[in-house]
Ligand binder design. Structure first.
Ligand code: GLU
Length: 445
């Protein structure tokens, strides 16, 4: 790491003790910025990088609510508004017991560069709660969402901060959050949240966008080698929204997804995962992936986290942060995997990324490969602002164009800064320079 950047990183460690995922996300970006600060001293002179590592605003709040048994429950809510140089704060809400300030900060930090890469006018933020939706009734989820929004509403708005979904927050939760926002403010402000239902201001393709976008990105990588997904074996981790639509798009483009997982274990179906069954298990029954084998006896279920032991050409980690470590990466390399694209945010550990790079595996980082979700959120904001609603075909075409542009921008930037073919360097540098230039133009604020 460049000497000037070491000082910035040390300051981040000191000011944010114990927030290991945040440190990891910052380090990964700073590791790429050496050639940038060498070429453009104005970024360090004006403390742009230091300022970028400090959120503009961090909100932490109490979320009390009453469960079905009449007991008062207590959770903690977060919204970290990280950077608004390019547009209103934008980023999802995560409801998961692992959520804490460090997790929200790592996600918010990554979101700045990801959103910048989309080329659309959105700043970076993230939020959520340590609320665990697992096993909660419909009524409990609704009351929790209402309690959460009862505080959050005062901090967000179409021109201020536009939350969306992430792990544990999908269409159902966005509905309850939007309903409560509307009730409190007495405004039908469609542009305040994205990921809305189609009947009330949502965009077509938003649900599919992150998974579809990740596969479009992989398709672009394959095109550089004059290859396609046709006949490729793919392993996807997770079975949530991102994983499901990554599976769908791989299948549409002729690939075979042989395995997917949830937090309990994974299923292997050599003839190709049956997506309708996964959808029925996860979206309708909200059950475990292990039940897949009940209707597909030729498939097998394996308990635990070793989905990366399954041989494949392409691996798409679509579950959660740090789910793929050095040992997993070595297993993938050993089995001949040649492309890894992150559908989730920071699913590969730094050691895993090193293993891929040493083995010549093409590695597409989440801030480029999974940017299709937030990009389509920005398209939802465009439709809301013009009170319009686009067709599926038009919206998917726009998503495809955006993913192609991100891919090409990563490669051109990596070339320009002396790391040809390095998508990590390309994504970090291209994402960074656009935000940094805007920050310089806007003065010391
Ligand atoms: N949570 C998603 C992400 O990680 C989407 C954010 C959004 O649509 O605002 O990018």
């Amino acid at each position: 790491m460049d000497e000037k950047l070491v000082d910035v990183y040390d300051e981040v460690l000191q000011r944010n003790p114990g927030e290991t995922e945040f440190h990891q996300a910052v380090r990964e970006v700073l590791d790429s910025l050496g050639p940038v600060v060498a070429k453009h001293p104005q970024y360090t002179d004006a403390a742009v990088i230091r300022r970028l590592c400090e959120p503009e605003r961090q909100i932490i709040f109490r979320v009390p609510w009453v469960d079905d048994a009449g007991q008062v429950q207590l959770n903690r809510g977060f919204r970290v508004e990280f950077n608004s140089a390019l547009g209103p704060y934008k980023g999802g809400l995560r409801f998961h017991p692992s959520v804490n300030l460090g997790i929200v900060k790592f996600l918010g930090y990554e979101q700045i560069f990801k959103n910048s890469l989309t080329g659309l006018p959105i700043g970076g933020a993230k939020g959520g709660s340590d609320f665990d939706p697992k096993g909660r009734s419909e009524g409990e989820v609704m009351r929790f969402c209402q309690a959460f929004m009862t505080e959050l509403y005062r901090h967000i708005g179409e021109y201020t901060d536009v939350p969306a979904g992430d792990i544990g927050v999908g269409g159902r939760e966005i509905g309850y959050l939007f309903g409560q926002y509307k009730r409190i403010t007495n405004r039908y402000e469609s542009g305040v949240l994205t990921g809305k239902g189609l009947a009330w201001g949502g965009s077509r393709v938003r649900t599919e966008a992150t998974g579809f976008g990740t596969v479009f990105f992989v398709d672009e990588i394959l095109k550089t080698r004059k290859e396609s997904l046709d006949g490729k074996q793919v392993v996807v981790s997770g079975s949530g929204n991102v994983a499901m639509y990554a599976i769908a798009k791989v299948q549409q483009l002729g690939g075979t997804v042989v395995a997917c997982s949830d937090s309990g274990g994974y299923i292997v179906d050599e003839s190709g995962i049956d997506l309708a069954t996964v959808q029925e298990i996860k979206e309708e029954r909200r059950a475990r992936i292990s039940t897949y084998v009940e209707s597909h006896p030729r498939a097998r279920y394996v308990e635990g986290h070793s989905v990366w032991q399954v041989p494949c050409d392409i691996a798409l980690p679509c579950a959660t942060q740090n789910e793929l470590d050095g040992a997993d990466a070595r297993a993938l390399v050993g089995n001949g995997c040649s492309i890894v694209a992150e559908g989730a945010n920071m699913p590969c550990t730094p050691e895993a990324v090193r293993v891929f790079s040493e083995a010549g595996v093409v590695f597409a980082p989440g801030k480029a490969a999974n940017a299709g979700g937030v990009a389509t959120s920005a398209l939802e904001m465009q439709q809301n602002a013009s009170r319009d609603s686009w067709t599926f075909e038009h919206t998917e075409e726009r998503l495809g164009e955006i993913m192609r542009r991100i891919h090409d921008r990563c490669l051109t930037t990596a070339d320009e800064y002396g790391s040809p073919g390095n998508y990590v360097a390309g994504a970090n540098i291209a994402g960074f320079t656009q935000v940094a230039d805007a920050m310089l133009a806007l003065g010391v604020i």
